[in-house]
Design a protein around this ligand. Sequence first.
Ligand SMILES: *Cc1c(COP(=O)(O)O)cnc(C)c1O
Length: 390
Amino acid sequence: MAGYEVIGDEEKKALADIFEHGGGVLFRHGFDQVRKNSFQVKDFEREFAEYMHSPSALAVSSGTAALKVALASININPGDEVITQSFTFVATVEAILESGAVPICTEIDETLNMCPNDLISRITPRTKAVIVVHMLGTSAKMDRIKEICDEHELILIEDTAWGCGGEFQGKKLGTIGDIGCFSFDFAKTITTGEGGMLTFRNQEFHQAARAYHDHGHDNNPNFPRWEDTRTRSGFNYRMSEMQGAVGRAQLRKLPQILKMQRYNAEQTKKIISNFPQFAIRSQHRDSIGTDDAVIFHSLENYEAIEIRKTLLEFGISTKILPEATTWHFAGDWSHIFSIDSHSNLPIGLAYPSSRKLLKKCVSLPNGVFLRKDFHADLSRALEKITENDT
Ligand SMILES: *Cc1c(COP(=O)(O)O)cnc(C)c1O
């Protein structure tokens, strides 16, 4: 959460500026006489790359599109395997399917992200790339995962949909692997309504992605657009100038959004840590999350679903865990998989250790603004849950 909480006059003014000063041009290319040098998407890409300390960025129409464009840019062939994690949003697996590759999911570890050892066990001669997800804004173990990818010559893509502005060992999430994929949908850390961004370390992938997302246009500076050169087929995943304008306004707010979310999460964690019966999701010590949610689990026999019931009595809802793994856990996706090809288990029984972990977790939504009594109510709810302990 977050971006939408702080939408206001800045976004409104950014949109109005396109019409008042930019000739009302809503397309990222061309119309040079009319637009009076107003290039919102181009400027958003430059400013985003600067913020991320990334050599380059490409804006697209959604986070799912970002994943699809990333996979197109690395030349996936039919039969190639792409490995991601079993706890993610369904979009990650959809993008792999759309690219013509075979999606393979790993177990998660105590960070609730890709388990490095399980990743190793699922690599085959057909594995081409890995999509690691920083689920709900907490970094995966990027040092180990990058090492494994380097060793096996696999392309590493980061699904940074929740991780915009998070860090691992001093680097921004999304800039550690080969390609970072960001989402600006309405529930993400910054938002353009719908929208996404890719960051690249390597110019070859960047150029391929830029052409693919724009019908294969090379955008060759020596030709007008309608006579442009082309080397491959593409599609349309372009961002519009309106999204670009809103994105620039939101990006300026990102440091403040992160500061407030981290502060609120800290307060929530303090309350939880008053109760020795509970443990907070583990996080690599050299990482800084975006704190989109605060996840904890019981060290004793409290059922997550019972914890949720009591939280609801105090007006506190949960986010995804434990109640809604439907769209976020591959073990629930019988509409996509029938078996897990690695373990040969039917999908409803696959990823047993992830299933066990997720079942005990409770995820508290976090944001820039928490209601006034949130922490007091949380404290009272946890007291009630544990009141019969000696
Ligand atoms: C939100 C999300 C996406 C997709 O982004 P959209 O902009 O909604 O298409 C992909 N992966 C993860 C992990 C997400 O949370």
